[in-house]
Design a protein around this ligand. Structure first.
Ligand code: COA
Length: 120
């Protein structure tokens, strides 16, 4: 993975069960996918087309440190697939365990919002 991002789970990120709200994770990975595209192809516009294979495998809790590892996985004509993994870092041991894995498909668009070739 080319990039990483860290965040701490705060009160405002929790659902009614006291776990990290999945929608918050989806918002973060959407932004990270855009960042991966913007860093790789500066000056281009990208919008989100799809989220694929999104799997929540272990809950995160208040105070957990989260590490997101992400990067461009595949490049098509107009689309880019960005893989994102989220790990929970144990604050005592430093060990990281898997919590989320998924991919975001971004599409390069022109000024009118129409798909355009990334290599153009
Ligand atoms: C993104 C958008 C411009 C693409 O237009 P479109 O007519 O759907 O484009 P296409 O069907 O030609 O697909 C464009 C690319 O996405 C890929 N794609 C489309 N649907 C996909 C899906 N469900 N999963 C994976 N890839 C997909 C196509 O294979 C194509 O890739 P390629 O050019 O690399 O081969 C249009 O769908 C759109 O405006 N969507 C809303 C975007 C939005 O508001 N996002 C949220 C805020 S950023």
């Amino acid at each position: 993975m080319e990039y990483s991002h860290h965040m701490i789970v705060r009160q405002e990120h929790l659902n009614q069960y006291g776990n990290l709200f999945g929608g918050r994770v989806l918002a973060v990975i959407d932004e990270l996918a855009f960042i991966a595209c913007a860093r790789t192809w500066p000056g281009r516009n990208f919008v989100t087309r799809a989220v694929q294979d999104a799997e929540f495998t272990a809950p995160a809790h208040l105070g957990d440190v989260l590490e997101f590892r992400f990067g461009v996985q595949t490049v098509g004509n107009t689309s880019v697939t960005v893989r994102v993994k989220m790990l929970i870092c144990d604050s005592h041991t430093g060990a990281a365990s898997r919590s989320f894995d998924g991919a975001v498909v971004m599409v390069c668009v022109d000024d009118e919002g129409r798909p355009m070739s990334i290599q153009q």
